[in-house]
Design a protein around this ligand. Structure first.
Ligand code: HEM
Length: 219
């Protein structure tokens, strides 16, 4: 029950960002943004890639918390499988769209932001693909490990905005510049996903350690 409440609350908290993202994406795709935006460029391919990444990224953000609810998974395994496929496919398009935009236009923050976001996209692709592959092979222990890594990456785009918001509230934008060249901005290019991934690896190793000790009878 705790998991259901936590994940539903998380989904609710992320909903405004997800809706903003979908709305931004559809406005951009239809060339109907309320105001001119620097992300709308003269390249039709870059626009298509970026705006569709926003729509599918919004869908991934909204849906991914529900995949982690064990009770839903056990009671409705078919729904878990189908939403898993939808989320993984949407994540592939999201990451691919972001990567195409970086290649064609580059980010507002320059080389370091390009690198941070490209690595983010590559890791999202890798974890979505591996979670899917392990599920197909019936290796559910590794499926769960890859799905957990994927989860933290999938909510990373939201965490990026949350971390910026909290930092601005606490420091009024210390070490942050409009062109994203401040020390905080540079660190943030990686800090919205790498620390969480490290946390997941520590958690997985501790869990494995506990299981091994139970099996050896030393716990
Ligand atoms: C996971 C779900 C994701 C969502 C919901 C999402 C949403 C958004 C939104 C709404 C923007 C517009 C900027 C803003 O208003 O803040 C944006 C920009 C951007 N996103 Fe994503 N995104 C996601 C994942 C990714 C991934 C995986 C990549 C990496 C390949 C990526 C790369 C970019 C890039 C390069 C920009 C433009 C940055 C700039 O120059 O301003 N996004 N994203």
């Amino acid at each position: 029950m705790t998991r259901i409440i936590t994940m539903s609350l998380l989904a609710l908290l992320m909903l405004p960002f997800a809706l903003y993202s979908v709305d931004f994406g559809q406005g951009g795709l239809r060339d109907r943004l309320a105001e001119p935006h620097y992300l709308q460029t003269d390249s039709a391919s870059a626009n298509l890639a970026l705006f569709s990444h926003m729509i599918l990224g919004g869908i991934v953000t909204c849906l991914v918390p529900f995949q982690l609810i064990g009770r839903l998974r056990d009671r409705y395994p078919q729904a878990h499988r189908w939403s898993g496929r939808l989320i993984a496919l949407s994540a592939l398009v999201t990451a691919f769209g972001g990567l195409v935009f970086i290649t064609l236009k580059g980010t507002i923050g320059g080389a370091v932001m390009d690198a941070g976001f490209a690595l983010y996209g590559a890791l999202l692709l890798l974890t979505a693909g591996m979670a899917w592959r392990m599920a197909r092979q019936g290796d559910f222990e590794r499926h769960r490990a890859w799905a957990l890594r994927f989860f933290w990456l999938a909510i990373g785009s939201w965490l990026y905005r949350v971390q910026y918001g909290l930092w601005y509230l606490a420091t009024d934008g210390l070490w942050s510049e409009p062109d994203f060249s401040g020390s905080f901005d540079l660190a943030m290019n990686f800090a919205f996903y790498l620390p969480y991934l490290i946390g997941v690896e520590i958690y997985l190793r501790m869990k494995k350690g506990n299981t091994d000790s139970v099996l050896r009878g030393t716990a």
